[in-house]
Design a protein around this ligand. Structure first.
Ligand SMILES: Cc1ncc(COP(=O)(O)O)c(C=O)c1O
Length: 410
């Protein structure tokens, strides 16, 4: 197997797409796509090599699929290139990646500071699951750096946020947060699921980046997957055979899926541009018709300027947009009508080639109690769109508009 990685020329600006383009990864028979690992375990010609590999003293040998596999190594190398980290590890779901990081960094009695607006599953893990281990979490408004600063205690082990939060689409000030975490010598962990390529969190001061690759990175909604991009030391720690969280809990990604995600990663830059272009088009039309909407690409968004200062502009402001229908009932009739007209699918998740929409409070954020939803400013009628790759977004907009008109929702 020949693995050759040529890092893109060190331009002034970080170039995630160029970093992926510069990869040369091909199979042992010259296949332009690396061969798929079809083995859960690996042979050793000498007993000594096996012993040394278990002791972590032998490079380049594969032991067992829960530890590493060549397919997962190829995908990890591509993610490493995209983020500009030293290393990466791929998992069987986004939650597999996120929970591995929390459990690796915290011991019983430790403390986490987290954005209150996060994906509902993350919120539920922090709020309902970690108390089992006596790990305490303070939830903060992540746009309030003073609140973050004040929440840090001597036993705080990390600050956690999403670069664009789910579902409020707030933008985290990563350089500002990083200044705080560096001062306290703790890692800033960032979920970049909504904004791959748009933000390069490591370049903005984050220490660990996690992804649900189920979303934009894979883009096909045919599998679940996650990733942790971090330092060599951290990846070695999580994969340590004696005490590594990933190795011992085992949220491993299957090689077949891994190889298919790797191929999809190579079109991510084109897809992100189209998702962003379409979402911006809808935001402009929503503004024109006076619909209450939220899109970080519009100057009215409270962190629009911050986003501009952090983003890799060519990929746009992302494919996520939210509208406020005020009540659950109004959201429901609109979503049902839009699905009938084939605007897209009434489904959770995001980053798919078709538009997906759901009422966050009753779906992906339903784990967050209603009073907390209210406190964080989430309307019960919030409809979150993951805008698809539609070639004719104007036609899609006309369908949305006709639903709004027919149902007298404007
Ligand atoms: C921002 C974000 N992070 C993490 C996850 C969890 O990922 P997965 O469903 O792949 O476990 C999701 C959605 O499900 C998400 O929206």
């Amino acid at each position: 197997m020949l693995i050759l990685i040529i890092k893109a020329m060190n331009n002034k600006k970080f170039d995630p797409a160029g970093q992926i383009q510069a990869l040369k990864q091909f199979g042992e028979f010259g296949g332009v796509n690396p061969s798929i690992t079809d083995s859960a375990t690996f042979t050793f010609m000498s007993a000594k090599t096996m012993q040394d590999t278990f002791l972590g003293e032998m490079e380049g040998c594969y032991l067992y699929g829960r530890h590493w596999s060549p397919s997962n190594r190829f995908l990890s190398e591509a993610l490493t290139a995209m983020e500009g980290t030293d290393n990466a590890w791929v998992t069987g779901s986004g939650m597999g990646a996120i929970t591995t990081v929390f459990l690796q960094l915290c011991n019983a009695g430790d403390h986490i500071v987290s954005s209150i607006t996060t994906y509902g599953g993350t919120y539920a893990f922090l709020k309902n699951y970690l108390p089992k281990f006596n790990i305490d979490v303070t939830f903060v408004d992540i746009t309030d750096l003073e609140a973050v600063r004040k929440a840090i205690r001597p036993n705080t082990k990390l600050v956690y946020t999403e670069s664009m939060t789910n579902p409020l689409l707030q933008i985290s000030d990563l350089p500002g947060l990083s200044k705080i975490t560096k001062k306290h010598n703790i890692p800033l962990v960032v979920d970049n699921t909504f904004t791959p390529m748009i933000f390069s969190p490591i370049q903005l001061g984050a220490d660990i980046v996690v992804y649900s690759m189920t979303k934009f990175i894979n883009g096909k909604n045919d599998t679940l997957a996650g990733a942790i991009c971090a330092s060599n030391q951290f990846i070695q720690d999580i994969s340590n055979v004696n005490n590594g969280t990933a190795m011992l809990i085992g949220p491993v990604l299957d090689s077949l899926r891994s190889s298919s995600i790797l191929k999809n990663l190579h079109t991510l830059h084109i897809r992100m541009k189209q998702h962003s272009k379409n979402a911006m088009y809808l935001a402009e039309r929503f503004k024109e018709i006076g619909l209450k909407y939220n899109y970080p690409g519009m100057p009215s968004h409270p962190q629009h300027e911050l986003m501009k200062s952090m983003m890799n502009e060519e990929f746009g402001f992302g494919g996520m947009i939210a509208i406020d229908m005020e009540t659950v009932e109004r959201a429901a009739i609109l979503m049902e009508s839009m699905q009938l007209k084939n605007v897209g699918y009434h489904a959770v998740s995001l980053g798919y080639f078709k538009t997906l929409f759901s009422n966050s409070g009753k779906s992906t954020s339903s784990e967050v109690p209603e009073d907390v939803q209210h406190e964080m400013g989430m309307s019960p009628g919030l409809v979150r769109f993951s805008v698809g790759l539609d070639n004719d977004i104007e036609a899609t907009y006309q369908l949305i508009k006709s639903s709004l008109d027919e149902l007298k929702l404007l």
